[in-house]
Design a protein around this ligand. Structure first.
Ligand code: CTP
Length: 402
């Protein structure tokens, strides 16, 4: 359950078709007990009406910088201070570009320059615009300045094309922001390392052996640890995901060997280690220097075992380290998972349920059972990976006696 504590949210709406979804976002925050004020650009008002926004937010809409007859305060400054958090959803390429350049030619942009509070932006635009180097450079500039991005999704776009640029759903934006606002400093002063995603094992310069891991579970765990105050390094295999928390230190890797090297670099100094990556167990013995040609007789690849990162870290552990691994089993689930706890010398094993269609690889939801060395076992329900990450981190926090 969300604990709003009467927090103040400013929702900025810019002129994209996704603006209709900001109405749901206002409702989600209001329903959870937050105070909401809205600042919209003139173009946004082509998509949503002031009456709808004011009725849903139960507050006056801010659009005009030079409006007379209202509070004496300079409105955008007052609003910037009133906010505990500002969310721009949708954020158009235009708004992102202007903010990156420090332009403040309307009430919303002025507010965005004036605020010192956390700002989230949920981009929404045509996929070619999204990929344009100018937009990518602006996103990078703003990320470096601490803006938290809620990544656009791929799918069918209003302009009739398919691609990346669809605004994240209001429920997910709400979840990301409230998770941030409910954050604590329970894990302050602790270092954490999380691994995520698949690994790609090269066969030749153009081919690899990979797997279907999306990386989402690991990314959610990293976000949750950061929200609880930990200093987080995320070692990620190839994925399209981005971190919304700019404080997470992300290290990108490709192969199991790369992941081993980075985990062995960051792992030993971490107090909390979570290996959520789907690391390949085997890799081609040799990588062909040139693209392998087709042959009538087929192709035999010799595979050799990769290094088990979790087990290496488990056997080199130092006092006070808490190490969590994941297990995916198709038979004798509990027994095999418990075996891994012992064999890899770790503290917690998270068993992914294979029997639930809502759990596992490449899905937004998951269902897990957490088991520790003392025999404590908690079986969770199927829920979003954000919620599952909270569940796992709560289990870890209890083990740390926090
Ligand atoms: N893991 C790892 N290094 C590897 C392979 C797996 O660190 N080379 C980690 C994963 O990140 C995960 C756990 O080990 O936390 C998963 O183990 P899993 O692959 O299920 O078990 P294995 O030990 O590989 O045994 P099996 O595949 O036979 O079940």
């Amino acid at each position: 359950m969300t604990n709003s504590n009467n927090k103040h949210i400013v929702i900025g709406i810019t002129g994209g078709i996704a603006a209709y979804k900001s109405l749901s976002l206002i409702r989600l925050f209001k329903r959870a007990g937050y105070e909401v004020k809205v600042a919209a650009t003139q173009h946004a008002l082509e998509f949503v009406t002031p009456l709808t926004v004011e009725t849903l937010s139960q507050n006056k809409l801010y659009t005009d910088m030079f409006e007379r007859g209202h509070e004496i305060d300079v409105q955008h400054i007052a609003l910037a201070e009133w906010a505990d958090c500002v969310i721009v959803a949708p954020a158009t390429a235009n708004c992102i570009g202007k903010l990156a350049s420090g332009i403040a030619d309307d009430a919303l942009l002025t507010l965005l320059l004036a605020t010192t509070k956390p700002v989230f932006m949920a981009p929404a635009m045509n996929c070619n615009m999204y990929e344009h180097p100018a937009v990518q450079a602006n996103l990078q500039t703003l990320k470096e300045r601490g803006i938290r991005f809620i990544e656009a999704q791929s799918g069918f776009l209003a302009c009739g094309t398919e691609g990346k640029g669809r605004m994240e759903e209001p429920e997910r934006i709400f979840e990301t922001v409230t998770r941030f606002l409910e954050g604590s400093d329970l894990l302050k002063g602790m270092k954490a390392m999380v691994s995520a995603g698949p690994t790609y094992e090269p066969i030749d310069p153009v081919r690899f052996i990979g797997n279907h891991s999306s990386g989402l579970m690991g990314f959610e765990l990293a976000e949750e640890l950061a929200r609880q105050g930990a200093e987080v390094t995320l070692v990620s295999g190839p994925t399209h995901l981005t971190c919304s928390n700019p404080d997470i230190h992300r290290v990108d890797v490709k192969s199991a060997q790369d992941m081993y090297e980075q985990c062995m670099h960051y792992g030993p100094e971490a107090d909390i280690i979570i290996m959520a990556a789907a690391v390949a167990d085997y890799t081609p013995k040799e990588v062909a220097p040139q693209k392998i040609k087709k042959h009538e007789e087929g192709l035999q690849l010799e595979l050799v075992k990769t290094k088990d990162i979790l087990s290496t870290l488990g056997h080199q552990r130092h006092e006070g380290q808490l190490i969590t691994g994941f297990a995916l089993e198709t038979e004798n689930e509990l027994e095999n998972a418990k075996g891994k706890l012992q064999n890899k010398n770790i503290d917690i094993i998270v068993l992914n349920s294979m029997n639930n269609p809502k759990a596992g690889f490449n899905k937004p939801t998951n269902q897990v059972t957490m088991i520790d060395r003392e025999g404590q076992m908690i079986q969770g329900e199927a829920k979003s990976k954000t919620e599952v990450a909270k569940e796992i981190i709560q289990f870890i926090i209890r083990k740390l006696n926090k």
